[in-house]
Design a protein around this ligand. Structure first.
Ligand code: MRU
Length: 383
C-alpha cells in the first residue's frame, strides 16, 4: 500500500539513507528530534557509534523508526572497499550487536537487527554453493543488506498506512458524530516511523477523508514528546491539536468530550499487555474509569510472542538528569537530597485495552488466544 502522500509531503523525512559507494561512505541522516519544535535540523551519522548515541539521546525515537535506523546502521560498519566476505560479516555482526545495546524496550530494534542478521546467514548459505571471488562476495553481501534495510523501511511505511485505514474504519463505527476528538500520549506519528505513524495514522486517514478531527496531545513528561513532537507534527500537517499536561488528562476524560484514546506501543507481550511511554498506564486507567475506549495502534513488528506477560518486558531506566534538570542551562528542579526515578515506559494490562489495531486489522479485547490467532494470520502474509 502506498504511504499517505499528503502528510508525508508536509513533514521532513525522519530517516534518510545514502548507501555506500566507491567514492562515499554510507550515511544515516536523521531529523534531529531533540531540536524540535524550535529548529528543523538533521544529524548525519557516518559511523555506528554516532548512530548508537543518536538513538540513546532520542535524536531518532519511536519503536518503528528505531528499528529502521538500526537496520541501516549495520551498513555504517567500518569496512574497507576491498574487504573479504569474512571481514565484512564480522564487521556487520559487531555493528548489529552494538546497535542492539542502544535502547532495551522497543522490540522493533531487535526485530530489525535480527532481519539483518538473518540476511547475512542466508547470504552465507547461498555463497557456500557459489564460486564468486572475494572481495566481490563482500560487495554482494553489502548490496543484499542495503536491499533488506530498504525493504524494512518501505514495509514499515506501508504498515502505517494499513494501520491508519483499519483504525479510521474502526473509529468511524465507534463515533457517530461528525467530528472526532482523540487524546494521545507521546508521539506515535510520522516522526516515530517512516510512514504516517501508528496512533496518528487513523487521525491522518480521517482528516484526509474530510472528517473533522481534533487531537488532544498529552505533553508527555519528562521529555515532552507530546508537546514538542506530536503538536508540531500535527500542526505542520494541518490537523487541529491542543496540548494538555499529563496531569490534566483525567479531568479532560471526565468531561466526556473525548471519543477515544489512541497510543502507540514499544512492545506487546503474548497476552496483549502493552509497554509504551511512561504515563500510558495511568491514562488507560482513567479512560476505563470514564468509559472512554482505549486503543493501541502498532505494527506486527512490535509484538513479542517470546514474552508471556507485560511484567517481563525490560523497561528502560533513563538518566536522572532528565528529571532533575531538564534544561541544562537553567536551575535544577529537584533538590540534590531527593532521589528521583525515571523509567521511560510503563505497562498497560490487556484488560484495559478495547482494541489493538495492526496492519492486518483489529484485535478487540486482546487475550493470549486472540493475539496468537492474529499473529498466525500475519505469519502467512507479508505485509
Ligand atoms: O522514548 P520514545 O520517544 O522512543 O517513546 C516512544 C513511544 O513510547 C511511542 O509511543 C512508541 O514507540 C510507538 S511509536 C510508533
Amino acid at each position: 500500500m502506498d504511504p499517505n502522500p499528503g502528510v508525508l509531503n508536509a513533514l521532513p523525512k525522519t530517516i534518510r539513507f545514502r548507501p555506500p559507494s566507491e567514492t562515499q561512505r554510507a550515511v544515516v541522516d536523521l531529523l534531529d528530534q531533540t531540536c524540535l519544535p524550535n529548529q528543523v535540523t538533521r544529524l548525519e551519522c557516518f559511523d555506528v557509534d554516532t548512530l548508537h548515541d543518536a538513538i540513546v539521546r532520542l535524536v531518532v525515537r519511536g519503536a518503528p523508526a528505531i528499528g529502521v535506523a538500526a537496520a541501516y546502521g549495520v551498513l555504517l560498519a567500518e569496512v574497507q572497499e576491498d574487504a573479504s566476505l569474512d571481514e565484512r560479516v564480522r564487521a556487520y555482526r559487531i555493528a548489529a550487536d552494538r546497535l542492539a545495546t542502544s535502547r532495551p524496550t522497543a522490540v522493533n530494534l531487535f526485530w530489525a537487527l535480527d532481519a539483518m542478521r538473518s540476511g547475512i546467514d542466508r547470504f552465507l548459505r547461498e555463497e557456500a554453493h557459489g564460486n564468486a571471488p572475494d572481495p566481490a562476495k563482500g560487495t554482494a553481501l553489502q548490496t543484499r543488506l542495503v536491499e533488506i534495510a530498504t525493504q524494512i523501511d518501505r514495509e514499515e511505511a506501508g504498515r502505517c498506512q494499513a494501520i491508519g485505514e483499519h483504525g479510521a474504519a474502526y473509529l468511524d463505527r465507534l463515533v457517530a458524530t461528525d467530528s472526532v476528538r482523540i487524546l494521545t500520549h507521546c508521539n506515535a506519528g510520522a516522526l516515530a516511523t517512516t510512514g504516517i505513524g501508528t496512533a496518528l495514522a487513523p487521525v491522518y486517514c480521517l482528516h484526509q477523508q474530510g472528517r473533522s478531527v481534533e487531537v488532544i496531545a498529552d505533553e508527555t513528561r519528562p521529555l515532552l514528546q507530546g508537546a514538542r513532537l506530536t503538536a508540531w507534527e500535527l500542526a505542520t500537517a494541518g490537523v487541529s491539536v491542543t496540548v494538555c499536561t499529563d496531569s490534566m488528562a483525567a479531568q479532560v476524560l471526565s468531561q466526556r468530550k473525548i471519543d477515544a484514546v489512541i497510543v502507540g506501543a514499544d512492545r506487546i507481550a503474548a497476552n496483549g499487555d502493552v509497554a509504551n511511554k511512561i504515563g500510558t498506564y495511568g491514562l488507560a486507567v482513567a479512560a476505563k474509569h470514564h468509559g472512554v475506549p482505549f486503543l493501541v495502534a502498532a505494527p506486527i513488528s512490535t509484538f513479542d510472542s517470546n514474552i508471556a506477560t507485560g511484567d517481563l518486558i525490560p523497561i528502560e531506566q533513563r538518566s536522572e538528569k532528565e528529571i532533575r534538570q531538564p534544561d541544562r542551562s537553567a536551575n535544577a528542579w529537584t533538590p540534590r537530597e531527593a532521589d528521583v526515578m525515571n523509567p521511560a515506559f510503563d505497562v498497560t494490562p490487556a484488560g484495559l485495552i478495547q482494541a489493538i489495531v495492526t496492519q492486518l486489522g483489529v484485535i478487540e479485547r486482546p487475550t493470549e488466544l486472540s493475539v496468537a490467532t492474529h499473529l498466525n494470520s500475519a505469519a502467512n502474509r507479508s505485509i
